[in-house]
Design a protein around this ligand. Sequence first.
Ligand SMILES: Nc1ncnc2c1ncn2[C@@H]1O[C@H](COP(=O)(O)OP(=O)(O)OP(=O)(O)O)[C@@H](O)[C@H]1O
Length: 311
Amino acid sequence: MTDGQRSPTVDGQIVVSGLTKQYRNLRAVDNLSFTVEPGRVTGFLGPNGAGKTTTLRMLLNLVTPTAGTATVGGHRYADLTDPLRHVGAVLEASSAHKGRTGINHLRVICAAAGLPKQRAAEALEMVGLAPAAKRRFKGYSLGMKQRLGIAAAMLGDPRVLILDEPANGLDPEGIRWMRGFLKSLASQGRTVLVSSHLLSEMQLLADDVVIIAAGRLVRQGPVDRVIGSMAQGARVRVRTPNAEALTTALATESATVEADPTGPLLISGVDAPTVGRVALAAGVELHELTTERPDLERVFLELTAGKAGIR
Ligand SMILES: Nc1ncnc2c1ncn2[C@@H]1O[C@H](COP(=O)(O)OP(=O)(O)OP(=O)(O)O)[C@@H](O)[C@H]1O
């Protein structure tokens, strides 16, 4: 852009700006702004009811925003002339005519969207469903239906892929496959935006995260930076039959001791060697002494605490 008025648009970049959706009594999405970059997997996270699906549906022009905009490569989805060639979406486990085979399901979509028929077989191959191409949809497992949904999204060879809870119903092997598949799409320069509740999986999969709660942005950025931004760093996890004596002994080290309801003590402000030394000096028996680094799950729970998703 040379007019100096509009910011430049990056091909495949998703820009959500001031996006708002008001239902009768509920602001499902509230002045939400974030960007999603090409060449990266971005995890879209939030508690139940945070507004993730509503946001994705507004991006795909399935829900009309009350205010704000959502664009892909600078264009609203509704303005894309050939949307399937730009944006692939998997919003829920694929539904298809029960008696139709996987390959025929995809051929029907190709025909409707003006895409070459051979894309159906290519997309099935891409998601590892080629052996089940001629089986009827009603015999597909949930994992196979998820893969078929992804195959459908890939028919137009889109630059941008948007997935809502794609790992739902997948077994561990399926989840691992999905991780490799989405990472390889991002490494080809595509934009991958994926919502999920599986935080440990997101830590393995995502380069960036966008965390929302009660319709609002809580944090966005590279996963490492979001985790590193937490005030509280590593904690020491201790199991001991003498919790009281250890807590008293640690008070002189200005450590903070919390009792985890599941049993161990969680100690912050000191490192594990210090806890070991203090315990030894106080004659306290230890059954476990571990350094616990912050992970995405802990950061997510701290950032969204008190912002209950169910509204
Ligand atoms: N059509 C609708 N009419 C009224 N309220 C709605 C409608 N669609 C969604 N909501 C409400 O908007 C809020 C956000 O829902 P949304 O499905 O976007 O959340 P989510 O983050 O995807 O949740 P989950 O993780 O549980 O799928 C919820 O409280 C939901 O009940």
